[in-house]
Design a protein around this ligand. Structure first.
Ligand SMILES: [Fe+2]
Ligand SMILES: [Fe+2]
Length: 312
């Protein structure tokens, strides 16, 4: 990929975007397009990897062998998603090692939702149902994103995310059919996660200055507010079927709009979490740093092995 003052490659790029076709790694692309993609794909990859922590913490104390097998498979899937996405990002000319360094230095972000704690096993179900559910809303349109390697990674990821969402819902459904204490655990967990999950779609459109450009480039296909609305409309009937209340007094069906009205998340809390002042930001990065340090010998051994195989 080269940058050029020549108008021709820009015209070819614009035509590809206008056709809603894919841009591929060897195609010319504007520098700002490349930078936006690196930032977004890296943030997405980091979210998959950091996102293993809140649920991974429960693997050793899952309530049954069956639940442990499901949770283990789910958390391993998230590691795989991280790998596909780091690989997609490497096609833009940055290495996974550089991206990891940027994450650990706090110079690249991951989703704000993973800075919230998981004190109860019901949180495993709530994360599957609501967090993976919100991720699906965000990610299904990304299967049609304009950058080829990103779109293709998303197709695989979305298939697995729908399994994640169902296993979470099935866990909560089982708990809701259990004891009074189990039902209370589910409700308490949903109360804690509901608002942070709505924040996963990002700030309101009027405060999201980069969105319009990302939409024009076909990186994003829907606005934050559109996706948030879609998620609420999808989730309300699921909450009814489950028998839980969503903790929003303003949530109601609006006949005229044919959509739900709902309250405003606390955007100050969102800003604080993004800034690094959420309940678990420091813990998540510390844990990631320790895992990175502990894995140094694996990277060294793999590099030495590859060098020797290459020399043969
Ligand atoms: Fe994932
Ligand atoms: Fe997931």
């Amino acid at each position: 990929m080269t940058t050029s003052e020549d108008p021709e490659p820009q015209a070819a790029f614009d035509a590809t975007i206008a056709r809603r076709d894919r841009i591929e790694p060897r195609d010319w692309m504007p520098d700002a397009y490349r930078k936006t993609l690196v930032r977004q794909i890296a943030q997405h990859a980091h979210s998959e990897i950091i996102g293993m922590q809140p649920e991974g913490a429960w693997i050793g104390s899952a309530p049954s062998l069956r639940r442990k097998a499901i949770l283990l498979a789910k958390v391993q899937d998230e590691a795989g998603h991280g790998l596909y996405l780091y690989a997609a990002c490497e096609t833009l000319g940055v290495s996974r090692a550089e991206l990891t360094d940027l994450l650990l230095a706090g110079r690249q972000k991951y989703s704000s939702i993973f800075n919230y704690p998981t004190p109860s096993y019901a949180d495993v179900g709530t994360i599957g149902w609501l967090v993976d559910g919100a991720a699906i809303c965000n990610q299904v349109p990304l299967c049609r994103t304009s950058y080829g390697p990103y779109g293709r990674a998303m197709i695989r990821i979305c298939k697995e995310e729908s399994f994640h969402q169902r296993q979470g819902y099935e866990l909560l459904m089982t708990m809701m059919r259990g004891t009074e204490a189990q039902r209370a655990m589910v409700q308490e967990s949903v109360n804690r996660f509901w608002w942070p999950v709505l924040m996963m779609f990002g700030p309101p459109d009027v405060q999201s200055p980069n969105s319009a450009r990302s939409m024009a480039w076909g990186i994003k296909r829907n606005s934050n507010d559109e996706l948030r609305q879609k998620f609420v409309d999808m989730t309300v009937p699921q909450a009814d079927a489950l028998g839980v209340t969503l903790p929003d007094p303003d949530l109601r069906w609006n006949e005229e709009r044919g959509q739900h009205d709902f309250g405003e998340p606390d955007w100050e809390e969102f800003a604080a979490v993004v800034r690094g002042d959420g309940p678990c930001n420091a813990q998540r990065l510390r844990h990631r740093q320790a895992a990175h340090d502990d894995g140094a010998w694996v990277r060294e051994a793999a590099t030495a092995f590859a060098a020797r195989a290459g020399a043969r």
